[in-house]
Design a protein around this ligand. Structure first.
Ligand code: NAP
Length: 333
């Protein structure tokens, strides 16, 4: 079968022939129609993701059709149109994942291939109102956004939410989910164009995080500050978040695109009775709730661009440029 294989951290994304996988006990073989990129795939390609190992075929997100079932799997799944929950072996506790937790695409072969084998329990019906390309944009980013906002962030109607770096794949789901839940959403970005697009999509206001005093400028719009800040960049701006919270506010982080957090004033945290919470992807229950929420609110994933499979390198270059607004998709079949 054809797959994108990275031989080392210098190789470009190129199609190679590799063995077609066979579904083991409890698994299914999915013929992929589309997959979407996540920042994780890019970090792995660069060899800087924890556990990066070459050669590898990455890809956590995919939508396709069940072609074969392994032993112990219901044959009624054959020919079903599905999406894949890439959070494998979450474990028993819905509050955090167990020691066997894995994300599809490392160390296991990922979705940037003609076929992938996954546990049958990680399959979900493709939402009927979404194309394969749209459906492939949903799993990892939608799951992460849903848990960050609701399970960890405890978002309720009418709250002020700040979403940083609105151009990112997860951020667009955060925006759509928060608006659907009745929140007032503020954003930051490195791009005026993206802020305008976010406002057109329903955000109240936005500022450039690249400018001095961005935090003070934003607070002139969100006067009393934020109940909830959702961030995936960390870096130096993270230290400003506690002073932007209302008393009792929450900060939820799920990534470190801008690096570690150099400093933070402790008094702002404790005096505000603030909570700082980490989150990673989500439990099967979170995934089910996310799909239900998407269907209830008729949410369409924001697709920035669809690349043909053979142009995967261009898709990775596009992610590197940070020009995207929403998800970058690969059309596989
Ligand atoms: N823990 C988890 O479960 C989980 C799940 C998904 C993603 N992540 C992590 O979350 C991050 C985003 O992932 P993604 O897939 O959404 O990536 P992405 O689509 O590549 O998004 C990247 C975006 O990050 C924003 N950004 C970059 N530097 C920033 C800064 N200093 N301050 C604020 N925003 C900044 C940019 O937004 P603008 O273009 O608007 O400037 C950029 O478009 C990555 O670090 C990823 O590894 C973690």
């Amino acid at each position: 079968m054809k797959a994108i294989v990275f031989e080392n951290s210098e190789t470009i994304a190129r199609i190679k022939e590799i063995d077609k996988p066979e579904p083991g006990k409890g698994e299914v073989l999915v013929k992929l129609v589309a997959g979407s990129l996540n920042r994780r795939d890019y970090w792995i390609k660069k060899g800087i993701y924890q556990g990066s190992n070459f050669p590898c075929t990455v890809g956590s997100d995919g939508a396709g059709i069940v072609e074969k079932t392994g032993t112990g799997v219901d044959k009624n799944l054959l020919n079903k149109e599905v999406i894949i929950n890439p959070a494998l072996n979450w474990g028993k506790n819905p509050d955090y994942h167990g020691k066997d937790f894995q994300i599809l695409g490392l160390p296991r072969q990922g979705t940037f291939a003609e076929y992938v084998c996954v546990p049958a329990e990680n399959l979900w019906d493709k939402p009927q109102n979404l194309s394969f390309e749209q459906a492939s944009a949903l799993p990892l980013a939608g799951l992460t956004a849903y848990r960050a906002l609701f399970k960890r962030g405890g978002l309720t109607k009418g709250e002020n939410v700040l979403i940083t770096g609105i151009g990112g794949g997860v951020s667009m789901f955060l925006l759509k989910f928060a608006l659907s839940a009745g929140a007032k959403v503020f954003v930051t970005s490195s791009s005026e164009k993206k802020i305008k697009k976010a406002i057109q999509s329903g955000a109240t206001e936005g500022v450039l995080y690249t400018e001095d005093n961005w935090n003070k400028n934003l607070l002139t719009h969100a006067k009393e500050g934020f109940e909830l800040i959702i961030d995936s960049a960390a870096g130096k701006n993270f230290g400003l978040f506690p002073s932007m919270l209302k008393v009792g506010g929450r900060i939820v982080n799920f990534g470190g695109t801008a690096g570690n957090i150099p400093e933070m004033t402790a008094a702002k945290l404790f005096w505000k009775q603030a909570s700082v919470l980490g989150t990673t992807m989500g439990s099967p229950e979170d995934f089910a709730n996310m799909i239900h929420f998407v269907q209830k609110h008729k949410i369409q994933p924001e697709i920035d661009k669809i690349f043909p499979f053979e142009d995967a390198e261009l898709a990775f270059k596009h992610m590197e440029s940070q020009e995207q607004f929403g998800k970058i998709v690969l059309k596989i079949a």
